[in-house]
Design a binder for this molecule. Structure first.
Ligand SMILES: Cc1cc2nc3c(=O)[nH]c(=O)nc-3n(C[C@H](O)[C@H](O)[C@H](O)COP(=O)(O)OP(=O)(O)OC[C@H]3O[C@@H](n4cnc5c(N)ncnc54)[C@H](O)[C@@H]3O)c2cc1C
Ligand SMILES: *[C@@H]1O[C@H](CO)[C@@H](O)[C@H](O)[C@H]1NC(C)=O
Ligand SMILES: *[C@@H]1O[C@H](CO)[C@@H](O)[C@H](O)[C@H]1NC(C)=O
Ligand SMILES: *[C@@H]1O[C@H](CO)[C@@H](O)[C@H](O)[C@H]1NC(C)=O
Ligand SMILES: *[C@@H]1O[C@H](CO)[C@@H](O)[C@H](O)[C@H]1NC(C)=O
Length: 469
């Protein structure tokens, strides 16, 4: 669901960032001393990409990847039927990195066979608002980055509708809708694609397993990181096993703030996702449609894939408040938000208001599906940062802990690159502009435009979640 990812607040970046982005192509980094034993907590996009990058650059380093579950982890944020691969970010840094990442995915036959380049359409209502502003910035960026024949603009509601349903179709009339139409204005970027995210993670898991310096410990969670005198010693698993290491890399995504104190730098937010089964005739009819997303309502809809259409919504989202020991002073407790998922709570069904909002969107853009049964739903947890910038940095106060998280709603597409940046960050060779962008004490300016949510505060999930029997 990549939303228009980026951050206008950064404005035009100095060229040096773009040079930095390219420099990872030259993977010959100076042979520095590197930790002998590294533990990576988490086997999602950040953890697997990082383990792989360490093994390539430092084959003598022993890397242990720990996950609660075996990859592809069913409730991991990186694991899903589909993820968008796109580069038309308003932030020129992510735009450049995303372009490079997409090229790498395309050149990688194990990944590219799971990618479907059908374009992505961004729709807005055209009314003056920050979403319409983001739409305009994203469109301008897409035009500057992509071949003009890959950008298709739609200026009326009819054109937006016909791009999905065919030239002869007509959108539902205002009377039928009972509300103002909001899917009014759009552009499609034909360069964008979607990928089978679960398969992509499987590819990286298999790749890591083949390397002799990487081992996996899956099935137990890390209970805590052992911190002694502000120095990281290793980890203790929830089955009481302790493992020592010279460095621990926290790549635990939305779960990270139980392992390290992150304050407001990264907060998990849950978003609703639903799958609707389509008939073989419908699958054939909509086969070529693009990923279609309404910036204004936050609804994102994928083309039919394996007999179903996935929809999700960038709502204000959900939180799940729990008390945990303070990671750096386990004698006192703190309140954090922590994922509540289909693994921890298998009977959860998305809240009623989420379903209602999804159906309202469908009535306008996909009327045939508006009342169709949801085959299954889930809350997908995102490690959200205030500006949607990642968190790739040393721990601010504990030696030997490195943070590799904060993917927000847009990090999947960087799978082939992100681990190299994490290793650069550990080495201290990350270009300064990227180091500042992903720092712990990042100066936060302006609102997130990289993966903007609708306005409003997350609701406490336990109060609104429903259950199936
Ligand atoms: C609905 C939705 C749509 C998205 N759409 C897109 C998109 O279209 N394009 C895009 O590029 N990005 C997208 N993203 C964002 C992208 O999926 C994430 O940024 C990325 O997957 C985050 O990866 P991660 O490695 O940080 O997290 P994860 O994949 O969640 O990995 C963290 C791992 O850590 C493990 N773990 C946690 N705690 C512990 C512990 N204590 N001990 C052991 N293991 C632990 C977990 O089991 C998990 O496997 C989307 C996200 C969501 C939720
Ligand atoms: C604890 O879990 C780890 C990882 O799953 C496993 O390797 C280890 O054998 C387990 N230890 C015990 C005592 O069960
Ligand atoms: C933490 O590490 C120290 C030093 O290795 C060790 O003595 C201690 O037992 C460890 N504590 C825990 C809780 O793992
Ligand atoms: C999908 O695209 C292909 C290739 O352009 C075309 O041959 C086919 O007719 C299209 N199908 C539909 C249902 O639009
Ligand atoms: C589409 O997005 C607009 C904002 O651009 C929003 O106001 C509207 O609610 C969304 N459309 C629908 C059908 O929800």
């Amino acid at each position: 669901m990549a939303r228009p990812s980026e951050e206008a607040s950064f404005g035009d970046q100095p060229q040096s960032i773009l040079r930095g982005a390219r420099s990872i192509e030259a993977t010959m980094s100076p042979q520095k001393s590197f930790s002998a034993r590294v533990i990576v907590i988490g086997a999602g996009v950040f953890g697997l990409s990082t383990a792989f990058a360490i093994a390539k650059r430092y084959p003598a380093t022993s890397v242990t990847v720990i996950d609660r579950l075996t990859p592809p982890v069913p409730d991991g944020t990186s694991v899903d039927t589909t993820r968008c691969i796109r580069s038309d970010y308003t932030d020129p840094v992510y735009a450049r990195l995303a372009k490079l990442a997409q090229e790498k995915i395309q050149e990688d036959p194990d990944l590219s066979c799971h990618m479907y380049q059908q374009g992505m359409t961004f729709v807005c209502d055209g009314e003056p608002s920050r979403f319409t502003d983001i739409y305009q910035i994203t469109l301008d960026r897409a035009k500057s980055l992509c071949r003009s024949e890959d950008i298709i603009e739609m200026s009326t509601r009819e054109e937006v509708y016909q791009r999905i349903h065919g030239k002869m179709s007509q959108p539902p009339s205002d009377g039928v809708l009972g509300s103002r139409p909001r899917w009014n204005k759009a552009y499609c970027n034909l360069e964008a694609a979607f990928i089978d995210a679960k398969e992509g993670i499987q590819v990286y898991y298999d790749r890591c397993r083949k390397l002799p310096s990487i081992s996996f410990r899956c099935g137990s969670a890390v209970d805590h990181i052992n911190i002694t005198n502000s120095q990281c010693k290793g980890v203790t698993l929830d089955n009481q096993t302790t493992l020592s290491a010279d460095m621990v890399i926290v790549a635990a995504g939305a779960w990270s703030n139980k392992l390290v104190y992150l304050g407001g730098r990264q907060v998990p937010v849950g978003h609703e996702v639903a799958w609707i089964k389509v008939t073989p005739e419908e699958e054939a009819r909509w086969k070529n449609m693009s990923i279609t997303t309404n910036l204004s309502t936050g609804l994102n809809m994928f083309p039919p894939y394996q007999g179903e259409i996935k929809i999700l919504r960038r709502s204000p989202g959900y939180k799940n408040t729990v008390m945990v020991p303070h990671p750096e002073d386990r004698s006192r407790y703190i309140q954090i938000c922590f994922p509540r998922t289909m693994v921890s709570n298998p009977t959860d069904v998305i809240p009623k208001d989420a379903e209602a909002a999804m159906r309202e969107n469908l009535r306008e853009i996909m009327p045939a599906l508006a009342n169709r049964h949801f085959d299954r739903t889930k809350i997908c947890w995102i490690s959200t940062t205030p500006t949607a910038d990642f968190l790739i940095a040393p721990h601010p106060s504990v030696d030997g802990i490195h943070l590799a998280t904060g993917g927000s709603a847009h990090a999947w597409k960087f799978l082939p690159l992100i681990g190299d940046y994490v290793v650069d960050s550990i080495e201290g060779t990350l270009p300064q502009e990227l180091a500042e962008k992903w720092a712990f004490h990042k100066v936060s300016t302006g609102k997130d435009q990289s993966s903007p949510r609708m306005d409003g505060e997350p609701q406490e999930l336990s109060g609104v979640v429903r259950h199936h029997l």
